[in-house]
Design a protein around this ligand. Structure first.
Ligand code: FAD
Length: 398
């Protein structure tokens, strides 16, 4: 009996991989209903509008998306790494990286907060974020350079008197911050000590903090994602807003990058799958020279090459997920799979637009949007070159 027919959908289905359970399939099905019903129909309009309704956060919280992988005591639903990868791939079906970046911006700020923020601060902030009532953002990058985090210049100087005595005064600016305009809470990296990696701390700043202002930024893609520069001008931060040890923020930031990069890899491969599926659907319908495009050998070979680029990355992601569940921290593999998945996304987006022809160059199709979103996947969360260097160091090459 053929229990697992050899279809494209089955090949791309991580819930059929070793280690997947019925719970993974239930999660996939629930998210597919949410994405296909509530997100995908609006993705093009939201991108054109340059934002999506704030209520989408609450909807995403209600289906358990925002809380996925977070502790139950704060309203989350603990799950394994494979579940988070499957959820991220489902989200890509809306064909909008901008939507994922902003809707899920809390996922790049909650890690350090939960690890080092202490129970009181977490209890105040985390439940509202996971319920979709508040938005969280992470502010590390500066205009002078995002790759070399240890050289950041935004400074927090101690306050010895006044209403914020024991806390800090924040001065400087942050660049390219996702959810920068509408976040309610920012986890901000700032220099509190000596130059270099050992003088950086993490501080939690609220949106209405005095001295905090924001400038929206226009982008090549991710249009519906809110991206901003943040400016801190004598912005006071109370002592209880320090997250982690004083001057001990750098390891928290670096450790946090691993989760971000792994989910970016899942996102990139999800978008590659969307490109492959949309290109195939078009190639079956569109006729040139008396036959469907897919009947031209060169076109179906392009499609097969997309499949043979995607499948190894899915297997690699499942393997990295299994290693993480065993307690490993495969930093090199995470860096490399993020780079590799982004290249596969680039190649699939390129070929998909080519197969759609003029239609692929018109606004409103998923492949056109994804084509514009390739570069941010190769830069954000660590540029390709920086991650190659990190992998080389981790692998003992230097
Ligand atoms: C849309 C968007 C959203 C973002 N969201 C956030 C966010 O929410 N929070 C946040 O903190 N940051 C965010 N970022 C910033 C992102 O993490 C940085 O853009 C990234 O780390 C690269 O930093 P940079 O852009 O300053 O490039 P730079 O550090 O100036 O580097 C420029 C280029 O130089 C090359 N390069 C750099 N270093 C090396 C090296 N050692 N060897 C070889 N080549 C090198 C790479 O090609 C790199 O792309 C976002 C960026 C974008 C575009």
């Amino acid at each position: 009996m053929n229990r697992d027919p050899d279809t494209l959908a089955n090949c791309f289905d991580l819930t059929r991989s070793a280690g997947a359970t019925g719970e993974h399939r239930q999660l996939r099905d629930a998210l597919r209903r949410f994405v296909d019903g509530e997100l995908a129909p609006h993705a093009a309009a939201w991108d054109e509008a340059g934002e999506f309704p704030r209520d989408v956060y609450r909807q995403a919280a209600q289906v358990g998306l925002l809380g996925l992988g977070y502790p139950a005591e704060f309203g989350g639903t603990p799950c394994d790494t494979l579940a988070r990868i499957i959820a991220t791939i489902e989200l890509t079906r809306a064909g909008s990286g901008g939507l994922i970046a902003s809707l899920m911006s809390h996922t790049i700020m909650l890690g350090p907060l939960l690890k080092a923020g202490g129970p009181a601060l977490c209890a105040r902030i985390v439940p509202r974020i996971l319920a979709g009532e508040a938005i969280g953002a992470l502010a590390v990058t500066e205009a002078s350079g995002g790759s070399d985090v240890a050289r950041m210049t935004t400074r927090a100087t101690p306050l010895s008197e006044g209403p914020h005595a024991g806390g800090w005064r924040l001065n400087g600016s942050k660049m390219f911050i996702t959810s920068g305009m509408r976040a309610d809470h920012y986890l901000v990296a700032a220099r509190t000590g000596e130059p270099g990696a050992r003088g950086i701390s993490l501080l939690l700043v609220d949106r209405d903090a005095p001295g905090l202002s924001r400038t929206p930024l226009a982008k090549t893609g991710w249009w519906c994602s809110d991206t901003a520069a943040l400016h801190f001008d004598d912005c006071p931060v109370d002592a209880d807003r320090l997250v982690g040890p004083l001057d001990g923020g750098f390891p928290l930031i670096m450790n946090n990058f691993n989760g971000e990069r792994l989910m970016m890899a899942a996102q990139a491969i999800g978008f590659a799958i969307v490109c492959c599926e949309d290109a195939l659907a078009w190639a079956r319908e569109r006729r040139t020279f008396g036959q469907p495009l897919v009947a031209h050998q060169v076109i179906r070979h392009k499609l097969v090459r997309m499949v043979d680029a995607i499948l190894p990355v899915l297997a690699w992601l499942a393997q990295v997920a299994a290693r993480i569940e065993r307690g490993d921290a495969p930093v090199a593999e995470i860096s490399l799979v993020k780079n590799h998945a982004a290249r596969v996304m680039r190649d699939c987006a390129d070929e998909a637009v080519q197969i759609l022809g003029g239609a692929g160059y018109m606004r409103g199709t998923r492949v056109e949007r994804i084509y514009r979103e390739v570069k941010v996947m190769m830069i954000g969360g660590g540029a390709e070159e920086v991650l190659n260097d990190l992998a080389a160091r981790q692998l003992g090459m230097l």
